[in-house]
Design a protein around this ligand. Sequence first.
Ligand SMILES: [Zn+2]
Length: 114
Amino acid sequence: MKTPCAICGNTEFREVTTQYIYQRHEQLMVVEDVPALACTNCGEKYFDIKTLKDIEARFQDIYQHGKPPTEQRAVPFERWGSCGRWGESVELFSVSSSSADSNPPVPVWVNWKI
Ligand SMILES: [Zn+2]
């Protein structure tokens, strides 16, 4: 028995790889080619808990243990909102089409398959 999509209730999913943006406070990590399941109806993506824990471990390796990321790209990010998560206020970022934000954080990038 499959868990239905939380957005639309569909139970069909397909395996995809996608870009995952992990963020905590002003620190951003972009992971390329992360395996996920996508709802075939609405496209909402789901990651399993093991994948998410792995991403968090990589984030901590880089930001707390000084491990070099695959690369660091000065891609402009901009704030587009914030939300309350885990009892703290989290800034939300997206890749910016302009450089409107005067002081955007510089994300680190890693490839999933390393
Ligand atoms: Zn769906």
